[in-house]
Design a protein. Structure first.
Length: 384
């Protein structure tokens, strides 16, 4: 018995020693060589997900059999240019009403020469303008128009989504600034301001969640998401400084860019990152937030339709970026059930559509590997 106890203690001490040394070594490596630390961390997290989470195969490594039997091609309703125009008009009306895309909408205020602790310190930045858009009855968007030192005449409309201010992806934005792209960067409304609004029959409540928009006495609540982007884009194009628009969004921002590229053909190239799946793939996960399942919008165009619409037209293109081992959402291989159907539908309409799957990490993020792939795709698909 004593021999077994000694053996157990030896094993326990050894195990704890390995844990402490690994933890301590990782801290030292992070201080000495952070890039190597990040690579090692990603490798460990991917290995853990692939080999030590057997109950998650359908989430990361396999497509559920029930999804394989779904005919995604039959769900695509966009086949001709006439279908594109019709669905785009319906989608515009679902968001803005019968006036359609508000090409005359402008920002409420632009603060020229704005100083920011993060972006103003970047050597690639020539100037920052803060672009304010107030949307009734109390929402506000605080976007940055970041002008690079060496502009190339191309605008990246970047949307961070629900993960925080767009400062969280400052290094990603810096990569585009270094390449000469002007950047118009947005965060989600719940990040910029959570207004206190009076709701009929309920009194004053703080709007801290997307689903609170259902309480608005407003027939078109989706304007809260898209008015700021369209107003900012209108203002940027009016200056004459840009001849090309590229939409890039992460997470909830990927959803916003998916819809915007479908509804506004001025967005020529679009790159939604970890932003959406078709509704039929959301049975077990990925149901996401209220605005992504807004009935009027989906009646006008489902997600497969939107992917095609975002690609339709000469020189237009969408590349959907997904993280295979994403711990949040839109992970795995379920995209294989619809990729061919969307690609085949988009091709005759003059555009291109494809998916890039990032298997290099196990986080909900826009990796530098994916950034490189997006930059390469932009360079290889110039404006006609």
């Amino acid at each position: 018995m004593r021999a077994l106890w000694r053996l157990f203690k030896t094993f326990l001490y050894g195990f704890l020693t390995v844990i402490v040394l690994t933890w301590g070594g990782s801290l030292v490596l992070r201080q000495v060589d952070e890039p190597t630390y990040e690579v090692a961390r990603d490798w460990v997290r991917v290995a853990r997900t692939k080999y030590f989470r057997p109950g998650h195969h359908h989430r990361f490594l396999e497509t559920r059999p029930e999804f394989k039997s779904i005919d995604a091609e039959a769900l695509v309703r966009i086949h001709t240019q006439s279908d594109v125009w019709s669905a785009r008009g319906e989608l515009q009306r679902a968001i803005w009403g019968h006036k359609g895309l508000p090409v005359d909408l402008k920002p409420t205020r632009v603060d020229t020469g704005f100083q920011d602790a993060v972006f103003s310190a970047m050597p690639e930045v020539a100037r920052i303008d803060q672009v304010i858009r107030e949307t009734p009855p109390g929402f506000i968007s605080r976007a940055f128009h970041i002008i690079p030192q060496k502009p190339n005449g191309k605008l990246v409309l970047f949307h961070e989504g629900n993960t925080g201010r767009f400062h969280r992806n400052a290094k990603v934005i810096q990569r585009f600034l270094a390449a000469g792209y002007g950047v118009l960067a947005f965060s989600m409304w719940i990040i910029d301001r959570q207004p206190d609004l009076v709701v009929r029959g309920a009194g004053k409540i703080k709007f801290i969640d997307h689903q609170h928009l259902k309480f608005l006495d407003e027939p078109h609540p989706m304007r809260v998401y898209f008015d700021p982007m369209v107003a900012g884009l209108n203002a940027m194009l009016e200056t004459g400084a840009y001849d090309d628009v590229i939409g890039i969004g992460f997470s909830g921002g990927g959803w916003a860019i998916t819809v915007l590229a479908a509804v506004d053909p001025r967005v020529r190239l679009s790159y939604p990152v970890a932003g959406s799946y078709p509704i039929y793939l959301r049975k077990y996960r990925n149901w996401s937030t209220w605005q992504e399942t807004y009935p009027q919008m989906l009646a006008a165009a489902n997600y497969l339709d939107m992917y095609v619409m975002a690609s339709a037209g000469q020189g237009r293109r969408q590349m959907q970026v997904l993280n295979q081992f994403d711990g949040c959402c839109y992970s795995g291989l379920d995209w294989q059930t619809y990729a061919d159907a969307v690609r085949d539908a988009a091709s005759p309409l003059g555009g291109g559509w494809e998916i890039y799957v990032d298997s290099s990490h196990a986080d909900h993020r826009f990796s530098m590997l994916a950034v490189d792939r997006v930059l390469e795709d932009i360079r290889t698909h110039p404006r006609p």
